[in-house]
Design a protein around this ligand. Structure first.
Ligand code: PLP
Length: 461
């Protein structure tokens, strides 16, 4: 493809994306593709000779698009949001065009230094204490793994002597990180939660004490601000105090909820963040920055580098003593230039624009919670501190029958999703099946939330 052909196809691709965004509301949110449909539609071997771009693009529309689910749809209420805003997409396009690989300062000084600057901006915007230094990782799962590996390094004892603590509502990435860090299953303590699904900090203290008495070494405590199932917020301050008293690394997972701290009224949920050793929050969820962009903040950068730095001769440069080489701050050597899209986003919307968007989502979630609370036969299953409402329909004949309620609500969820107008997902809160309505897609307006509620209530029987 020569540069002029690229220009022509590039303009057409941008037009295609703009039309896609304009017409998103008329598409079904969730793909109706069945397992194997896409695979069967594709040839089993690559072409021997190159094909014309036009034909490839037609196949993209014909074969690939039917198998795509639309995270940017205004009817997106599934999982958590992942917002690919126009400025982020433009930045990603430029990065792709530059073919930037930003493992070291020398491989693109501007990429490293922009990352340093935007993470100070973000730290200050989100009320993160200034002793923390950030870097961009791909996902919160990776960031949590970094926390476990750094905790193990700092503890300085074999992994099989370390214990780790998190709540029964923590994200699955935490247990995965423990396994990858070599912490024995029998040393992983899953702490029960209270009736708001937040970690019971007093139980944590008791369990920590029992472990220390047995000669075990508390390695890491993970708390969550905004759990995946219900957005519960663990009491960060007492948890942090207990972790510190026992010498454990303290990691806070705010993958979803942390970016809402751009609002001063949300900050109290992060009280205790000053006690953390590490903290992760994902602009690629709620902060308009296309996937992937997870920001990981640590207090002790030398400890992070002691864990991850490798300095082979072929990567050394004369600038090394004076610059940051982000390859030493995580697992992969190669790094995408993610700071550019975050910079485009922060400048395009400004702090106030981002605040207004998140505040509107919080307000819509409160409103939906009110409708659920007021509706006969509906039950709200958890507090709503952020943008998620967990609820279920409880017909009188199924009162007290958890298995029956689960079947009934799963069928309701499927009927609602089959309309194509919205996409909702579910979870279990204890033994209770919950329909999750996560409000946070940037195209979602009040009328879309009203529609989701009308579908749920209207299709309940
Ligand atoms: N932690 C929490 C609380 C989450 O809700 C999620 C995903 O929803 C994750 C971690 C994992 O995020 P990522 O996909 O960035 O690894």
């Amino acid at each position: 493809m020569d540069p002029e052909e690229f220009r022509r196809h590039g303009h057409a691709a941008v037009d295609w994306i703009a039309d896609y965004w304009r017409d998103l509301d008329s598409r079904a949110v969730r793909s109706s593709s069945q397992p194997g449909d896409t695979r069967r539609s594709l040839p089993s071997a690559p072409p021997r000779q190159g094909e014309p771009y036009q034909r490839i693009f037609e196949d993209f529309e014909r074969l690939i698009m039917p198998g795509m689910t639309h995270w940017g749809h205004p009817g997106w209420f599934a999982y958590f949001p992942s917002n690919a805003s126009p400025p982020a997409v433009l930045a990603d396009m430029l990065v792709a065009g530059l073919g930037a690989q930003c493992m070291s300062w020398i491989t693109s000084p501007a990429a490293t230094e922009l990352e340093q600057v935007v993470l100070v901006w973000l730290r200050d915007m989100l009320g993160i204490p200034e002793e923390f230094t950030g870097s961009i990782q791909d996902t919160a799962s990776s960031a949590t793994l970094l926390a476990f590996l750094t905790a193990r390094e700092r503890a300085g004892v074999p992994a099989d002597q370390l214990t780790a603590y998190w709540s029964e509502e923590a994200h699955s990435s935490v247990a995965k990180a423990a396994r990858l860090a070599g912490i024995a299953d029998e040393h992983c303590r899953v702490i029960p939660t209270d009736d708001r699904y937040a970690m019971d900090a007093e139980l944590l203290a008791t369990i920590l004490e029992a472990d220390v008495r047995q000669g075990l070494v508390p390695g890491i405590v993970v708390a969550t601000m905004g759990t995946t199932s219900s957005t519960a917020c663990d009491p960060l301050r007492p948890i942090g105090e207990h972790a510190r008293r026992r010498g454990a690394w303290y990691h806070i997972d705010a993958a979803y909820g942390g970016t809402a701290a751009i609002l001063p009224e949300v900050r109290p949920l992060l009280d205790g963040l000053d006690l953390a050793d590490s903290y992760v929050t994902n602009p690629h969820k709620w902060l308009m920055t296309s996937f992937d962009c997870s920001t990981y903040f640590v207090r002790d950068v030398p400890m992070l580098m002691r864990t991850f730095a490798a300095n082979p001769e072929y990567l050394r440069t004369s600038h090394d003593p004076d610059v940051v080489n982000y390859r030493d701050w995580g697992i992969p050597l190669g790094r995408r230039f993610r700071a550019l899209k975050l910079w485009f986003v922060l400048r395009s919307y400004g702090v106030e624009g981002l605040q207004a968007m998140i505040r509107s989502h919080l307000a819509m979630a409160q409103e939906l919670a009110g409708w659920v609370d007021a509706a006969p036969e509906w039950e709200r299953l958890a507090p709503v501190p952020l943008g998620l409402v967990c609820c279920r329909h409880v017909p009188p004949e199924l009162q007290g029958d958890e298995a029956g309620l689960a079947t009934h609500n799963a069928a309701l969820l499927e009927r609602v999703n089959a309309t194509g107008r919205v996409f909702l997902t579910h979870t279990m809160l204890g033994d209770r099946y919950a329909i999750r309505v996560a409000i946070g897609a940037f195209r979602t307006e009040q009328r879309h939330v009203e529609e989701a509620w009308a579908l749920l209530d209207g299709m309940k029987s």
